[in-house]
Design a protein. Structure first.
Lengths: 52, 723
């Protein structure tokens, strides 16, 4: 009697892990894409904050 | 328009206070760790006193190291770096002081209450409800002070370290509140709001993220500040740090269920935990590489500079632990590692290597700076480095070895198909490894004392600068924006938006992970045969929780042949619906107890009686402590009805009549056990007061005899469901 049996009674339970994966992929791709579009100058300015 | 230069002072006093506290509590926490390590080799060191037994000292050790040593270390690092990164003094000295003294009060209250046995029985969240509330208040004070400082800053953009601090603050607040929802029964006793599977899921969502957002993210923030400072060069890749941050906080929050593999937790949640844990390697290693590559072209300095040595080993240990963690979350590896000393080795690579060494590096860097002098003895600091490194190795290697061996012995069958080893054999085989591990711990502690001596001497030769003068242009309100502005640049300026975004990211993970499991509650998991605990068993269970039995005994039979053969039926989710809190445990130093009262494993009441009085009388060679006070202290009759009432509030189906007569019911069952014991009285190891029906041991026996009894005593029904 596996626990999964109880879960089948919840309609659409399989959507939960899917949501999580899609959310992550979407957020991660966006962060990746936008970070690499950042100007070098701005990045260098940020980078040096602790040393200024 | 001329730029107005403002003069102000950094508050070093608060940094000094937290630095002293981290060193002091670190030494205390590690000393307790050494004592409990030795207790596993020499049980006599439990001293037969309630306050010094393993089950109570172990939570003191973990809480002291996490919240006192690392906690104060975080605040030391945050208060120093935040002010400088924002070019502003902390917003309120008064709030800083309240934060400092409040946190120390929490630590002292924690140490005392845990020693007295006041515990919620949930790992790393053992503190009882009044302290939980105090933690919340002090955390708010810290947050308020931090955010107001950020708002009053003179540096427009928030450096990446500050994002890590913000994420830490918001996530720890969320985790602490959600996991601490409990119903108070008395001033020092409460029951977790959640039961069984749900409690386990919430607890490990908390537990794993306590590692993530207390032991990791604030220290990553410190890494991003102090390594560039110590190496005097900027971080290797700022782009990588942005990706590191968002990916790390997004992924970490999902990984909790990997602590519950092969348990009665739903499969999909387990798999989700595994997938996200594996993905975590990427941002973790991104962070590690970023830290290490910051030293590119400066590796020669690592040879000379003891601060950099500590930091390099810290970041390397972080890399090792964050590679190992995902590996341990793979189901096939977890099947070997879980419940063994492998886990202990893993966490200590993190705690001693990553947290310990980074704290030491920062202390060796900070103290001479704030006292305007040089390290008193570089030689001693270098010795500390080598002794500490050797200590970590001598700690971790025997524990890895022990873990493998333990697991292999548990699973070993004879050619005839029987389990080869008794559980006791697997326990005594660990002793040499526990002994070597203690030597490793001792070395680490010696290094710690050398550091304290060295830093005190350093401070004595120097002159403390309480208020460090600084100047910076005031921040103009308007920002000149050329063209379309990048979203992240906006976030980098706006702390509140950053806070909200971080909260959304971590809360989403928590919600999606938990909602289905909570929905399940209305969709059965109650097994027909599983009934609530009797009043006496409930009292016994509370004693079990009080003594921290879960620190050595699991209550979770996994679906492996080696476990079902040894303990009986594997555990089902529906068995735990009345368990507030759950007591699955995370370590099996002794046997699993989930089926202790089942037909297969059931022992005489007198066996339990003598075993608790002197474990070696029943199990020669056992390393379990004796519990003589259970044979003197009386069952707290008066608390019975309030406890039953609290359980009713939590949804446990006691009838009104049962609750009202709770005390009488309890006494009646106690009398039955007493009479059974009376038959063997001449063989009992009774205390000074002799055999009595009101001793706590009677409640303890009642609870142990109940474990696993419900479903295994009804073979007909079990057979029917399995068809």
């Amino acid at each position: 009697m596996k626990f999964i049996n109880y879960l089948t009674s919840i309609s659409g339970v399989e959507v939960f892990p899917m949501i999580s994966m899609l959310l992550f992929v979407a957020v991660f791709s966006y962060v990746l894409w936008s970070t690499f579009r950042e100007s070098k100058e701005h990045i260098n300015e940020q980078k040096n904050i602790p040393l200024n | 328009m001329s730029i107005q230069i403002e003069r102000f002072e950094y508050d070093n006093k608060i940094v000094k206070q937290f630095a002293v506290a981290t060193a002091l509590w670190g030494a205390v926490g590690m000393l307790v760790g050494l004592i409990i390590a030795l207790q596993l080799v020499y049980p006599i060191l439990n001293f037969n006193l309630p306050y010094t037994t393993f089950g109570r000292l172990r939570p003191i050790h973990t809480n002291a190291v996490i919240f006192a040593f690392v906690g104060n270390g975080i605040f030391m690092g945050v208060y120093y770096s935040l002010q400088r990164l924002l070019k502003a003094r902390m917003w309120s000295d008064k709030l800083s002081a309240i934060h400092f003294w409040g946190w120390q009060l929490i630590i002292v209250a924690a140490a005392l209450t845990l020693a007295f046995g006041y515990t919620t029985g949930k790992e790393y969240a053992e503190l009882e409800w009044p302290i939980d509330i105090l933690i919340t208040l002090i955390w708010v004070v810290f947050g308020l002070n931090m955010f107001m400082t950020i708002i009053k800053r003179r540096e427009r953009h928030l450096y990446v370290a500050i994002w890590f601090y913000i994420a830490t603050w918001v996530t720890v607040a969320m985790l602490h509140i959600v996991n601490s929802i409990e119903i108070p029964v008395s001033l020092f006793k409460s029951y977790s709001w959640y039961a069984g599977v749900q409690d386990a899921l919430v607890q490990w969502w908390y537990g794993h993220n306590a590692v993530a957002f207390f032991l990791t993210t604030p220290y990553l923030g410190m890494m991003y500040y102090f390594i560039p400072k110590a190496a005097n060069r900027p971080v290797y890749s700022y782009r990588l740090s942005i990706i590191h941050f968002w990916a790390l906080i997004f992924l970490y929050i999902w990984a909790g269920p990997h602590h519950l593999l092969y348990t009665a937790l739903p499969d999909w949640a387990q798999s989700l935990g595994v997938v996200f844990s594996i993905m975590l390697i990427a941002p973790s290693w991104g962070g590690m590489i970023n830290g290490l590559l910051t030293l590119r072209g400066a590796w020669d300095r690592v040879r000379e500079d003891v601060v950099l040595k500590f930091m390099v080993v810290a970041v390397t240990a972080y890399g090792m632990a964050t590679f190992e963690g995902p590996m341990l979350s793979l189901k096939n590896v977890n099947a070997i590692s879980h419940f063994t000393d492998w886990t202990i080795a893993h966490v200590h690579v993190g705690a001693l290597g990553w947290n310990g060494f980074l704290t030491f590096g920062v202390l060796y860097w900070l103290i001479p700076r704030m006292w305007r002098t040089e390290i008193y003895s570089r030689k001693a600091a270098n010795w500390h480095f080598w002794i500490g490194t050797l200590g970590i190795l001598l700690y971790a290697v025997p524990m890895y070895w022990a873990g493998w061996m333990q697991s292999s012995m548990w699973k070993q069958f004879t050619p005839e198909g029987q389990l080869q080893y008794q559980i006791l054999e697997t326990v005594t085989a660990m002793k040499p490894f526990y002994a070597i591990r203690s030597v490793g711990g001792l070395l680490f502690l010696v290094g710690m004392f050398m550091m304290i001596w060295n830093l005190v001497k350093t401070a004595k030769t120097g002159n403390f600068l309480a208020n460090e003068a600084a100047e910076a242009p005031a921040l103009t309100r308007k920002v000149a924006i050329e063209g379309k502005e990048h979203w992240h640049r906006i976030i980098e300026r706006k702390p509140i938006q950053m806070l909200v975004l971080a909260l959304v990211v971590v809360a989403l993970g928590g919600l999606i992970e938990m909602i289905p499991t909570f929905m399940v509650k209305s969709n059965i998991p109650t097994l027909e045969a599983v009934k609530p605990y009797t009043a006496l068993e409930l009292q016994g269970r509370d004693i079990y929780v009080r003594e921290g039995c879960y620190t050595c005994h699991s209550q979770m039979v996994r679906p492996f042949r080696s476990e079902t053969e040894r303990y009986g039926e594997y555990s089902k989710a529906g068995e735990f619906v009345y368990d507030h809190p759950f007591q699955w445990g995370s370590k099996r130093t002794g046997p699993d107890l989930a089926r202790e009262g089942s037909d297969k494993l059931r022992r005489m009441d007198s066996w339990h009686y003598n075993h608790m009085a002197d474990p070696t009388s029943m199990s020669p060679g056992s390393i379990m402590p004796s519990y003589p006070w259970l044979f003197e202290d009386k069952i707290d009759y008066a608390s019975t009805v309030p406890k039953l009432k609290a359980m009713v509030t939590l949804g446990v189906p006691y009838s009104n009549e049962y609750v009202v007569n709770g005390e009488a019911e309890l006494k009646a069952q106690a009398l039955l056990i007493y009479e059974t014991l009376k038959l063997d009285e001449d063989k009992l190891l009774t205390g000074e007061e002799g055999l009595r029906e009101d001793h706590e041991i009677i409640a303890m026996i009642a609870y142990l005899q109940r474990l696993g009894k419900d479903i295994t005593s009804q073979p007909a029904q079990a057979a029917a469901t399995s068809k």
